[in-house]
Design a protein around this ligand. Structure first.
Ligand SMILES: NC(=O)c1ccc[n+]([C@@H]2O[C@H](COP(=O)([O-])OP(=O)(O)OC[C@H]3O[C@@H](n4cnc5c(N)ncnc54)[C@H](OP(=O)(O)O)[C@@H]3O)[C@@H](O)[C@H]2O)c1
Length: 253
């Protein structure tokens, strides 16, 4: 197992789903972890359950003021950061004619603008040799109906990862992007889907996924932990699909 012994790791959106599972994996591998999220009670509960001295910070990734406060708190507690996992994100799904300006702004402000400025504000506080992992989606390069804004927000992240990997190479900071397919988390119910719709959505996906199932948060967490570690020392500017083969689903067969 790749070690993260004594590394300082920040996980945005660490109170739920993929972020929470990754925080758990980081702790298992010896890291000191900071998690964020908007829901104060959920952040506090997750930090307590994770244990290992996990610091929970309530912060809205869409707010640049919150990003400044987050960076200052982490700096005061730990000094420098070794792993930045930019994971916080939301899904809002509507066909193009129905997308409102406020939906557009909400998704872009959290998934892309907020992610961008979170990275920017942490840059002076990253150790040389640090690892940044951006959590995108296979939606970044597919054309799922109803996902225009979500997909564009994620495609922007993949683009950012490529540029950052070049800009930060001189500091030996590695930047990689993880593109999950369908993963079982509360994201769809938070997007307003009822249990029946979530089940039918997952079923439709499972029929198209060569491995015939949705993924688990813990499976994404292991990939992220690998990319965060020295075992991935020669990997930067890369993207990894973790989707059970969904994106290479054949036209026939
Ligand atoms: N599940 C999937 O199938 C899937 C597939 C591909 C990509 N993804 C991506 O994976 C990431 C994690 O999602 P998930 O599936 O694990 O869903 P989730 O369980 O809903 O987790 C989302 C996390 O992001 C946080 N968050 C959302 N908006 C935030 C904001 N403005 N500021 C700070 N934190 C915020 C949430 O906490 P609060 O609600 O407390 O703010 C929560 O901790 C997202 O970027 C999502 O787009 C998910």
């Amino acid at each position: 197992m790749s070690t993260l012994q004594n590394k300082v790791a920040v996980v945005t959106g660490g109170n739920s789903g993929i972020g929470l599972a990754t925080a758990e994996e980081f702790i298992k591998r010896g890291a000191k972890v900071v998690i964020t999220g908007r829901n104060h009670a959920a952040v506090e509960a997750a930090a307590q359950n994770l244990g290992g001295g996990t610091l929970g910070i309530t912060a809205d990734q869409a707010s640049l003021a919150d990003a400044d406060a987050l960076v200052n708190t982490v700096k005061d507690r730990y000094g420098k950061v070794d792993v930045l996992f930019v994971n916080a994100g939301i899904g809002v799904f509507s066909p193009v004619p129905d997308v409102t300006e406020s939906q557009f702004d909400e998704v872009m402000n959290i998934n892309f603008k907020g992610a961008f400025f979170t990275v920017q504000k942490f840059l002076p506080h990253l150790n040389d040799g640090a690892s940044i992992i951006l959590l995108s989606s296979v939606n970044a390069f597919t054309g799922m109906p109803g996902a225009s804004v979500y997909s564009a927000s994620k495609a922007a992240l993949n683009s950012l990862g490529r540029t950052l990997s070049r800009e930060l190479a001189a500091r030996k900071i590695r930047v990689n992007v993880v593109n999950p397919g369908p993963i079982i988390t509360p994201i769809l119910s938070k997007a307003g889907m009822d249990d029946e719709s979530v089940a039918s959505f997952r079923q439709k996906f499972a029929e198209r996924i060569p491995l015939s199932r949705a993924g688990e948060s813990s499976e994404v967490a292991k990939l992220v932990a690998f990319l965060a570690s020295e075992d991935a020392a020669f990997i930067t500017g890369a993207e990894y699909n973790i989707d059970g083969g969904l994106t290479i689903h054949g036209l026939m067969g």
